[in-house]
Each structure stands twice: as structure tokens, then as C-alpha cells.
Design a protein around this ligand. Structure first.
Ligand SMILES: *[C@@H]1O[C@H](CO)[C@@H](O)[C@H](O)[C@H]1NC(C)=O
Ligand SMILES: *[C@@H]1O[C@H](CO)[C@@H](O)[C@H](O)[C@H]1NC(C)=O
Ligand SMILES: *[C@@H]1O[C@H](CO)[C@@H](O)[C@H](O)[C@H]1NC(C)=O
Ligand SMILES: *[C@@H]1O[C@H](CO)[C@@H](O)[C@H](O)[C@H]1NC(C)=O
Ligand SMILES: *[C@@H]1O[C@H](CO)[C@@H](O)[C@H](O)[C@H]1NC(C)=O
Ligand SMILES: *[C@@H]1O[C@H](CO)[C@@H](O)[C@H](O)[C@H]1NC(C)=O
Length: 333
């Protein structure tokens, strides 16, 4: 009774104040820039469209930048999506950008371009962390994926720490237990994990990331037995054991469309990374994969993905007077 009354009260308040529970998450709001930069979303959208028309393969890296930004905790404070992933190293500190998980990160120049366009219209108002979140959303929706409302008002952090990046980012070699644990630290559930893994419907990876899986999985010279042998053969024909330059598609055949094929492939034991294949080893995640792999409509996945992205985007945000609004994204003011 208590709970239902409380929920009723909240929803009444929301009707009158025209608010939305998601919008309030973590002190962010959907209309944060309504007075200070009302056109921010249009500027970001048109710049992102321009970038994607020239370099469509940047969509996955731009999405991944947001993910990495939110996942890395900065210096013992619980700080997440704060634009720290964009900072260059300085004389005194090595930035996240320059730690090994950086190999897959690209798109810094694009964010800088979007930031410059926003600065031209609204100088010193919109954070780099918000720009990264908006660009990620736009990149996904331009590839025919879901479109979600991005709560805004993140402030930019002043610290970027390479060694923390290393410790925080889940590796492609992680099994389900490890993935689940690293997501749980950020307040993300197994459902968020299987849903956000759907990001692998777009993008590519270097052969070197899967060399061990293909050529020497458990030190015996054999491939990972959990992979479909036909898929292994196909990957081997593309990736020699020491190849560190060739790219492989994460979702073969449709890696430039944000769709459900990823789950279909994982369900057929054609997940590229251990972190993809391992989803089948968990009851909940496995049944999600199989259900999405067989769904005729993308509606459920799109809705889930939108919800998980909003959750991801609110991890450890700086708000109010915390942090700063950077002038450019690769350096603190
Ligand atoms: C950050 O690094 C990039 C790439 O090396 C460089 O182009 C840019 O000028 C650097 N930014 C600053 C503020 O030094
Ligand atoms: C990634 O980090 C390594 C190791 O610090 C560095 O040598 C390399 O230049 C970085 N790569 C990029 C693309 O920033
Ligand atoms: C970076 O993080 C590590 C591990 O948390 C910590 O030992 C180190 O002091 C940090 N470096 C900076 C410059 O904050
Ligand atoms: C997952 O990996 C960790 C670390 O290598 C290991 O301790 C654990 O047993 C693995 N879990 C499963 C279910 O394979
Ligand atoms: C496979 O891995 C084992 C153990 O790590 C190593 O001793 C062996 O040399 C590797 N074989 C090849 C062909 O790389
Ligand atoms: C890639 O492979 C070549 C030849 O095997 C090697 O010389 C080079 O250092 C490697 N690069 C990286 C980034 O590992």
C-alpha cells in the first residue's frame, strides 16, 4: 500500500511538473540546455550526420567512446561519464587515451569537430561528456537503430588516468562471471549486459584480438571449442596468427546496420569474442540472445537498448558546480 501510494504521488507530481522518471536520473534532465543552448541537439545531429556521411564506419567507435567514458572510474572517486576519455596525456599524467584498451578507440577528432560547432553557437555552455552521449545516440539512430532521449547536464572531469582505464574496461576475453561483476560495479545488471552487448551489431575488430581464440585457445594449439567450426575456418582464412592490422566484422554481413543479426550469430555460436559467446552460458542472457535471434521485430531490443543506454549514460556523472565545461575536449581548461 505504502509503495503504491508513493508511486501514485510521484506520477501525479510528474504529470503536473511534466517530468519523467528517467529524465531525473542522476541529476540530469532532458531540457537542461533549453535556455542556454536550445539548438544543441540539432547542431550535434547535423555534425554527426556529416561525419557519418564521410566515414560511416566511425559509428561503432563513437558509440564505444561513450561506453568507455562511462565505465572508467577516475581516481578513487566514483566518477564515470565525464569526458575524461577525451583528454590527452600531459607531462605529469598518462591519460586513458594512452592505455591499452585505447586500441579500439577512434573518433576523437569527430568529437572535437562537433564540440567546435557547438562552441561557435553556445560558447562555454555544453560539456564534452554530454556531446559524447549525444553523438553516440545519433550515430546509432543514423544506422537505423533506436533513438532515445538523452538526459543532459553532465559536467567535464579534470582527471584522466591510464591505469584506471586498464582496470575498469571489461576485456573481450572475459567470461560471463567477470563481465557480470564488472557491470555490477557500475550498477548495471545482467540484462543491461546482454542488451548493451547488442552494440556489437555494428563495428569491426582487429584480428589480433581473436588470434588466441582462433589459434591457441587453451595452450594446445586448438581454437575455442565453443565456436562454430565453420565460423572458425572462415575467420582463420582472414586472420593469420600474427596479423595485427586486418579488420573483421563483428556482425558479418550487416555490420553497418544496427539490427538483431548480432544475436542470431551469437545464438549460432558465431560470437566474435569470448565476451559474446559467453552470453549463452547464462540462463537469462542466453534466453535473451535466443529470443532476440528469433524475433521478427526489433521493438523489444530497441526499447531495452534505449533504457540501458540511459542507465549507462548516468553512471557517476558530475553535475551542478562539480567539474567544469571544457573549452575543447582534449584538454582541461
Ligand atoms: C591532443 O592530441 C592530438 C593528437 O595527438 C593533437 O592533435 C592535439 O593537438 C592535442 N591537443 C592538445 C590540447 O594538445
Ligand atoms: C595507445 O596506447 C599506447 C600505449 O600507451 C600508445 O603507444 C598508443 O599511441 C596509443 N594509441 C592511440 C591510438 O592513442
Ligand atoms: C591513477 O590511478 C592509480 C590506481 O587507482 C593510482 O595509484 C594513481 O595514483 C592515479 N594517478 C593519478 C595521476 O591520479
Ligand atoms: C571466469 O574467469 C575467471 C578468471 O579467469 C575464473 O576464475 C572463473 O572460474 C571463470 N568462470 C567460469 C564460469 O568459467
Ligand atoms: C600456445 O600456447 C602455449 C601456452 O601459452 C605456448 O606454450 C605455445 O607456444 C603456444 N603455441 C603457439 C603455436 O603459439
Ligand atoms: C604488428 O605486427 C608487426 C609484425 O608482426 C610488428 O612489427 C608490430 O610491432 C605489431 N604492432 C603492434 C601494435 O603490435
Amino acid at each position: 500500500m505504502y509503495f503504491s501510494r508513493k508511486i501514485l504521488m510521484v506520477s501525479l507530481l510528474c504529470i503536473y511538473a511534466s517530468c519523467n522518471a528517467d529524465a531525473q536520473r542522476g541529476g540530469l534532465s532532458l531540457d537542461y540546455y533549453i535556455e542556454t543552448c536550445p539548438s544543441v541537439e540539432e547542431i550535434v545531429r547535423s555534425e554527426t550526420e556529416r561525419i557519418m556521411s564521410i566515414a560511416p564506419t566511425l559509428a561503432a567507435p563513437l558509440l564505444r567512446l561513450h561506453f568507455h567514458d562511462c565505465f572508467v572510474r577516475v581516481s578513487s572517486y566514483d566518477i564515470g561519464c565525464d569526458g575524461s576519455v577525451l583528454l590527452n596525456s600531459t607531462k605529469n599524467s598518462k591519460a586513458e587515451k594512452d592505455s591499452p584498451p585505447n586500441f579500439t578507440l577512434r573518433g576523437y577528432g569527430s568529437i572535437e569537430r562537433v564540440k567546435a560547432a557547438v562552441e561557435e553557437k553556445c560558447p562555454g555552455v555544453v560539456s564534452c561528456a554530454d556531446i559524447v552521449a549525444l553523438v553516440a545516440r545519433d550515430a546509432v539512430s543514423i544506422l537505423k537503430g533506436p533513438y532515445w532521449k538523452v538526459p543532459l547536464g553532465r559536467r567535464d572531469g579534470r582527471i584522466s588516468n591510464a591505469s584506471e582505464a586498464l582496470a575498469n574496461i571489461p576485456a573481450p576475453t572475459f567470461n560471463f562471471t567477470q563481465l557480470k561483476a564488472s557491470f555490477a560495479v557500475k550498477g548495471l545488471t545482467s540484462k543491461d549486459l546482454v542488451v548493451l552487448s547488442g552494440s556489437h551489431t555494428i563495428g569491426t575488430s582487429h584480428c589480433s584480438t581473436i588470434a588466441t581464440r582462433l589459434y591457441n585457445f587453451s595452450g594446445t594449439g586448438a581454437p575455442d571449442p565453443s565456436m562454430d567450426p565453420e565460423y572458425v575456418a572462415r575467420l582463420k582464412s582472414r586472420c593469420r596468427p600474427t596479423d595485427n592490422t586486418t579488420l573483421v566484422e563483428m556482425d558479418p554481413g550487416s555490420f553497418r546496420t544496427f539490427d538483431l543479426h548480432y544475436y542470431e550469430n551469437v545464438g549460432k555460436r558465431r560470437g566474435l569474442f569470448t565476451s559474446d559467446s559467453t552470453l549463452l552460458s547464462d540462463g537469462l542472457a542466453g534466453s535473451y540472445v535466443r529470443r532476440q535471434g528469433s524475433l521478427a521485430t526489433a521493438a523489444e531490443f530497441f526499447e531495452d537498448f534505449s533504457d540501458s543506454m540511459v542507465k549507462l549514460g548516468s553512471i557517476g556523472v558530475l553535475t551542478g558546480k562539480e567539474g567544469e565545461i571544457r573549452k575543447r575536449c582534449d584538454a582541461v581548461n
